[in-house]
Design a protein around this ligand. Structure first.
Ligand SMILES: NC(=O)c1ccc[n+]([C@@H]2O[C@H](COP(=O)([O-])OP(=O)(O)OC[C@H]3O[C@@H](n4cnc5c(N)ncnc54)[C@H](OP(=O)(O)O)[C@@H]3O)[C@@H](O)[C@H]2O)c1
Length: 251
């Protein structure tokens, strides 16, 4: 755990589904919250309007990010592959360049972003990513490759980063902090499902968990069958941030 207090947190992509859950968790912890979202999405944050500062603008706009992250101890960034203008990599770069030097930086993305190429993907997963990437290029609405580029830039930086790689997501009541592994392919992750509210919980928890600095945890719901399958070994009950071996392999 971190010894540095977390007081002020910026949430980049605050108006989305994950972003709004993160706003809620951050406020629950008593953090001062600055949210960044597109101008047209500001009304989505109406429920929090009197409790957070909203900086409207595109998240890959460097000036918007510079203003929003100033003085923040932590920055939670939703990396999204939308559009065809390097939205993810532009957003990541702006945060890396403008956040305070010691700020904790936590980014979200999918399992398909690999840090070291050691992830073992099922044929079904690989086929899914290929189809989505191909379709996305066709309709020019989504840039999966750019989210991978965003991850590459974060991994290469010497900032205090964590990249939280989400499984498939579902809505529903919280099940608690997800469990994680360094590599997709670990049996504990097989269920490939996490509640979105708990993904947000993991992101916010990571701000104050220094054991997650320079880690790219792949997460799964702690009550998912594959996580429960490891509970018998006393492993799934470990709090996130405590893989059971130095390699992070929890199997
Ligand atoms: N969905 C999944 O199953 C899944 C699985 C694994 C990982 N993840 C990761 O989880 C995170 C959140 O994903 P989510 O699917 O749950 O979505 P989400 O939280 O609803 O976030 C979507 C974000 O994309 C923005 N956005 C939408 N259209 C856009 C456009 N045309 N140009 C720019 N920004 C646009 C939204 O901003 P506005 O509010 O302004 O529209 C919002 O901030 C992402 O990092 C994603 O990679 C998701």
């Amino acid at each position: 755990m971190s010894t540095d207090p977390m007081r002020k947190v910026c949430i980049v992509g605050a108006s989305g589904k994950l972003g709004q859950y993160m706003v809620r968790h951050a406020l629950d912890r008593g953090y001062e919250v600055v949210g960044v979202c597109r101008e047209r999405s500001v009304p989505k944050l109406a429920a929090y309007a009197d409790r957070i500062t909203i900086v409207p603008g595109r998240t890959n706009d460097r000036e918007v990010i510079r203003k929003a992250v100033a003085g923040c101890d932590g920055v939670l960034t939703v990396l999204v592959p939308w559009g065809v203008q390097q939205y993810s990599s532009g957003t990541a770069q702006a945060v890396l360049d403008h956040a305070d030097p010691d700020a904790r930086l936590v980014f979200s993305c999918g399992w398909h972003v690999s840090r070291d190429g050691e992830d073992q993907y099922s044929w079904r997963f690989r086929a899914g990513v290929r189809i989505v990437t191909w379709l996305a290029r066709l309709v020019r609405a989504v840039e999966i490759d750019d989210q991978v580029e965003a991850g590459r830039r974060v991994f290469a930086s010497n900032r205090r980063w964590t990249v939280v790689r989400g499984s498939d997501l579902e809505e529903g009541e919280s099940q608690g902090l997800p469990v994680w592994s360094r590599h997709v392919g670990d049996p504990i992750l097989v269920s490939n499902l996490t509640r979105r509210v708990d993904y947000a919980l993991f992101m916010v928890e990571a701000l104050t968990d220094d054991t997650l600095v320079h880690e790219a945890p792949a997460i799964v719901g702690r009550l998912s069958p594959s996580a429960l399958g490891h509970a018998g070994d006393g492993r799934a009950a470990e709090p996130a941030g405590n893989p059971t071996s130095p390699s992070g392999d929890v199997a």
